[in-house]
Write a protein that binds this ligand. Structure first.
Ligand code: NAP
Length: 282
């Protein structure tokens, strides 16, 4: 039976550390601040933004919310970002994705000052992740690395298979595992013999976005299984990409959904915000 990797526990430990770092900044007269922009009425986005605000409140980061109507033009959004780039009270800027279809997401990402880009989506930061000398780490993969570290799971020399190649999860995940000396393979929808590829994994990361996609016959005995997926099953219940009940019996460690990767993502956003304030305000 696998040991559960408890994302809530790791997240709480990290937030305690962040509270202390925020306090140390306060003692120097520095207040860390995060600006969160949300455009339109996407209900999932609203939940994420509320949770980000709660996280800021918990650790003592000031949050500034900009809730803009669906019909906001790209020019209006870019103009707000330009102002936030110049605002010294704002250390981090985050524009909640997805944006309405009439707005070019990449243009918006490119407009954010890379030193305030706490999502680490700007090409400047993506380039640094590739080189391995980063300031900001992409939040979901960084949260996974924190969890592996917390549970003393070494990546060095291990065969790591990442299913998914998105810019937000799959690709940066592969880069962070590579930096820790994993032997990394990225799989995607065109991968042939996916099951056989997965069976080679000592560490298997599923970032597919399909409920119950990874079954026990795809998992090597004793593998570490990280489930990034956040899906709704037929009953509307939150579930991951992994068939937890059957895979748990084969894995050595496994992340549940909910309570695994999810809680870490916002915590790592807070880490990036505190780091921005530490780097550029003191
Ligand atoms: P995405 O952009 O849709 O990427 C999904 C990836 O899965 C793609 O690379 C796709 O391959 C691959 N894929 C799809 N079907 C496949 C198949 N049959 N076989 C192999 N690969 C397949 O999704 P994402 O943004 O990376 O997110 C992935 C999941 O993680 C979603 O459930 C999302 O909600 C969740 N997520 C969770 C958190 C969190 O904090 N817990 C954060 C971010 C995302 P192609 O590239 O070939 O299409």
């Amino acid at each position: 039976m696998a040991q559960i990797i408890d994302g809530r526990l790791v997240s709480q430990a990290k937030r305690e550390e962040l509270k202390n770092r925020v306090k140390a900044l306060n003692d120097k007269g520095v207040q860390a601040g995060l600006a969160v922009i949300i455009v339109g009425n996407n209900s999932a986005s609203r939940v994420y933004v509320n949770n980000k605000k709660k996280g800021c409140d918990e650790i003592g980061v000031k949050s500034f919310e900009y809730a803009l109507p669906e019909e906001t033009t790209q020019e209006e959004l870019l103009s707000l970002i330009e102002n936030l780039n110049k605002d010294s009270a704002v250390d981090g800027i985050l524009c909640q994705l997805p944006l309405p279809a009439h707005i070019d997401e990449q243009a918006v990402i490119n407009a954010i000052n890379p030193y305030k880009d706490v999502d680490a989506f700007h090409p400047f930061n993506v380039g640094h992740i590739m080189i391995g000398d980063y300031t900001f780490l992409p939040c979901t993969p960084a949260g996974i690395m924190e969890m592996l570290d917390f549970y003393d799971i070494s990546v060095s020399g291990k065969k790591c298979v990442v299913i998914g190649r998105s810019n937000i999860v799959g690709k940066p995940m592969a880069m962070l595992l590579l930096k820790e000396n994993g032997t990394v393979e990225i799989c995607h929808s065109r991968t042939e013999n996916l099951k056989e590829e997965c069976l080679t994994a000592d560490i298997l990361v599923a970032a597919v976005g399909k409920a119950y996609f990874v079954t026990a016959d795809m998992v090597k005995d004793g593998a570490v299984v990280i489930d990034v997926g956040m899906n709704r099953n037929e009953e509307g219940k939150l579930c991951g990409d992994v068939c937890f009940d059957e895979v748990e019996k084969k894995a050595s460690f496994i992340t549940p959904v909910p309570g695994g990767v999810g809680p870490m993502t916002i915590t790592m956003l807070l880490e990036n915000t505190v780091r921005a304030a530490e780097n550029y305000k003191r």
